[in-house]
Design a protein around this ligand. Sequence first.
Ligand code: KG4
Ligand code: ZN
Length: 333
Amino acid sequence: MSNTILAIESSCDDTSIAIIHNDAILVNKVASQSIHEKYGGIVPEVASRQHLVNIVPVLDVALKEANLMMRDLDAIAVTRGPGLLGSLLVGVSFAKALALSLKIPLIEVNHMQAHVLAHFIDSPSPSLPFLCLTVSGGHTQIVLIKDSLEMEVIGQTRDDAAGEAYDKSGKMLGLPYPAGPLIDKKAQLGKPIFQFPEPQVEGLDFSFSGLKTAIRYFLRDAIKVNPNFVDENLNDICASIQDRINTILVNKIISAAKKTGISEIAIAGGVSANSGLRSLMKSTAHELGWNLYIPQFQYCTDNAAMIAQAALFKFQKGEFAGLDIKPEARLVI
Ligand code: KG4
Ligand code: ZN
């Protein structure tokens, strides 16, 4: 059975369209919205308007690069949630219109499942069951994957996501949004010489709000003594914040691996692009005998290729959606 699936991702601030044919991603286009930088965070209303501007040009480029016509498509896939409602609405409405006019099936995809399933785009992919630490701007989860579409969240954040912890810490340091990649860059030039506390959260759940407060007070006190403290120590401060966020994440995935007896371990989501997290995961995997899976950078941050991969599993199982589906901001795995 031929399968050429066009997938749309618009859950946050990136408008992305990918096309998968059989097992191969033919194209994965992402239009990012730098407009949010000046606001220090994503403005939902602006994001949805920007999706409206971007979505048709991104579709045109994707089809052109894949050398395909609309009539070559066998299904349309779209992120139904979780995410920003107005942003999701643009993608879902657009996908419905395409499916209806082309008379082909619609497939709905859960964005968090798709982050996990990004591991099946390239080989080798993890063997089932495996654990995935999904760390993004909106989520921090440890997911137990039993089958391609059967997953259970066994740990999650009780407050801020790991990406938010990076972005909010960066904001306190005067760095522009999103601060995660900048902290990563500066951390590579510094040393983790400042100590921030590790929150004591039982089980496999996370908490980052205490860390945020600890950083705020640390900076306040240090600036009182030396007004130039941040400028003079920026690289070391970034290295220290990064080190603490990453040790919180890795200590929990170590606990999850012990608890489940699983040593197939994966990371996903925007924060998995962090170089410190990648190297800490690699050294931990080496020490504990895990098989570690880290997706290519372009499949870590929000992208439609992962939506296409998730849709392929649904397509193969004949799991199609009705044209009456509605986006859901808080869709769970
Ligand atoms: O998965 P993603 O692209 O979008 C969401 O679904 O949230 O993740 C975006 C998050 C942002 O918080 C950003 O600061 C963070 O991922 N991020 C990083 C790095 N690259 C992206 N955080 C730390 N280090 C990085 N290199
Ligand atoms: Zn995401």
